[in-house]
Write a protein that binds this ligand. Structure first.
Ligand SMILES: Cc1cc2nc3c(=O)[nH]c(=O)nc-3n(C[C@H](O)[C@H](O)[C@H](O)COP(=O)(O)OP(=O)(O)OC[C@H]3O[C@@H](n4cnc5c(N)ncnc54)[C@H](O)[C@@H]3O)c2cc1C
Length: 494
């Protein structure tokens, strides 16, 4: 039986692990952290559970093709409740609130009430969203791979997508900020800019709304870490081993062929290596010489990383009356990474069982933006901890003014910076996705280099913009390449 080593037990690594085992390989995953999941994680502090990863999962609905993949790798099963919060998102601006409802008619009505003068644009957007709900991320087989069961992508599904495909260029050729500029209402403008981020192409915003209104994009109960735990359990039940606390420093390559990895100076042999560490970093650090193929050069030059600073607070108050996901504007900016932030987003887990002690609430806030250099400088000049505290206190102060029931009631706070993510994930600037900017497509990178045999890449960076489905899909695809190269039948039921 051929021996395969996987670098990383994130969602890509665990997916690759399950499929490789099912296809008959002997698989060991080496993971530098002590737990599985990578960016798909949560952590506990003083009885509070802070969800640090997924907020919604593409493929959570059994009606989507991707749901089958999640079930096959153990991420979802019948015992996992999917929570489809509705409204999914609330956006408050100058005392008015816009809602992203899962029912498109209700959402259209809400937008029209907010801004009747934007009727034409609202109707056009809602009509396009309906078309986009027909687009689902397909699961495909690579060319010339032997599979136990072929994937099928019916003509009917393809025809159903046609009206949406004709409208994509309208959205992909403008940023969400430019798209938002088509509306007169400042509230709707801010809402659209904030759904995916102003630098993303408007396609990201339109697809996000379409995923939610199609009945997909739910939150599996227990969240990120529980999902990763189920996948690790499935992997181990199939006979795989995860070695935690083991950082791979190099992939060993002899005469252009990968033959194992090096951990703590020790060589561990394998017939193939699947690397799921951020490819942007792996191409420069995991090999004796950086990979210089054209695609690698393109990745170095064009990747725009998505990164953030993450604030979590445990509040000694029941915040069930506060929206579950709300973004509001503030006159007094939150200074994060040296930049003023005038819109603050909060995720409120008041209704979530087990996320906080009785009568208390776990709350998180993601401050998007590239503050890497700021935090790096703080680390170097010794002000890192003090700056984290300053940020937490400023956030708690803004929260207290917005929701007086939280004032003086903060039991615990925690701040994760891009440096925290970098330390745990070994990713580029601590990022966990890539910005799909105006004019760019869902760009993808190869699953294997040309210059080294028996090495494969998977993970969020392989297909822009990344995220959980991309991590899983590229993990599956890497195993299909491995199967093709070793003349092995790929065993998956999709
Ligand atoms: C705050 C936040 C919110 C998010 N929200 C969503 C969402 O709502 N929906 C969604 O789809 N996605 C979301 N994401 C993105 C998603 O979590 C990631 O894109 C995805 O988990 C990436 O998976 P991966 O396996 O490619 O990489 P990673 O999660 O980075 O996994 C790589 C693993 O490899 C390990 N590793 C790295 N280098 C080495 C080495 N040299 N040796 C050994 N081990 C190594 C790391 O420790 C890690 O466990 C979010 C992410 C964050 C941080």
């Amino acid at each position: 039986m051929k021996k395969v080593i996987i670098v990383g037990a994130g969602i890509a690594g665990l997916t690759a692990g399950v499929y490789a085992l099912q296809s008959g390989f002997d698989v060991t995953i080496y993971e530098s952290h002590t737990i599985p999941g990578g960016a798909s994680t949560s952590w506990r502090r003083k009885g509070y559970l802070f969800e640090g990863g997924m907020h919604w999962l593409t493929g959570s609905s059994p009606k989507t093709p991707f749901n089958k993949l999640w079930r096959e790798v153990g991420a979802l099963d019948d015992s996992v409740n999917i929570y489809n919060r509705d409204p999914f998102f609330a956006f408050e601006y100058d005392g008015q609130t816009a809602y992203l409802y899962r029912d498109i008619d209700k959402m259209r009505q809400n937008f029209l009430e907010i801004s009747p003068e934007d009727e034409k644009e609202i109707l056009k957007l809602c009509s396009d969203i309906k078309k986009f709900t027909k687009i689902a991320m397909p699961i495909m087989d690579i060319k010339n791979v032997k599979v136990k069961k072929k994937t099928s992508f019916g003509l009917g599904a393809l025809l159903g997508m046609l009206p949406a495909l004709l409208r994509i260029s309208f959205y992909s050729n403008q940023s969400t900020k430019e798209f938002a500029g088509r509306f007169k209402s400042p509230l709707l403008q801010s809402l659209f800019e904030n759904i995916a981020g102003p630098d993303f192409s408007a396609t990201a915003m339109a697809f996000t709304i379409a995923t939610l209104t199609s009945g997909d994009g739910g939150y599996p109960e227990g969240g990120s870490l529980a999902m990763a735990g189920r996948m690790a359990k499935r992997f181990e039940a199939l006979g795989g081993t995860v070695q935690y606390g083991k950082e791979v420093s190099k992939v060993s390559v002899h005469s252009g062929v990968a033959c194992g990895v090096i951990i703590n100076g020790e060589q561990i042999n394998a017939d193939a290596v699947i690397v799921t560490q951020d490819t942007r970093v792996a191409i420069d650090t995991l090999f004796d010489a950086p990979i210089q193929e054209p695609w690698a050069q393109k990745m170095r030059n064009s990747i725009k990383p998505v990164l953030n600073t993450f604030i979590s607070v445990g509040v000694e108050a029941d915040l069930s009356d506060v929206p579950e996901s709300l973004t509001f504007n503030t006159d007094e900016p939150l200074l994060c990474g040296g930049l003023p932030e005038y819109t603050i987003g909060i995720n409120n887990y008041a209704g979530y069982k087990g996320y906080a002690p009785q009568g208390c609430t776990a709350m998180t806030s993601i401050i998007m933006g590239d503050s890497y250099d700021f935090w790096k400088a703080c680390k170097e000049n010794g002000t890192y901890e003090a700056e984290k505290q300053k940020l937490a206190e400023a956030f708690i102060n803004i929260l207290g003014k917005k929701y007086p029931q939280t004032a003086g009631k903060i039991n615990v706070w925690d701040v994760a910076t891009p440096l925290t993510y970098e330390r745990y994930l070994h990713s580029y600037k601590g990022s966990w996705m890539s910005i799909m900017g105006k004019g760019s497509k869902m760009e993808s990178y190869p699953s294997k280099p040309e210059s080294i045999k028996n090495v494969y890449f998977a993970g969020q960076r392989i297909m822009i913009p990344g995220g959980l489905p991309v991590a899983a899909e590229t993990g599956r695809k890497a195993v299909q390449y491995l199967c093709r190269d070793t003349n092995t039948v790929f065993q998956g039921n999709i």
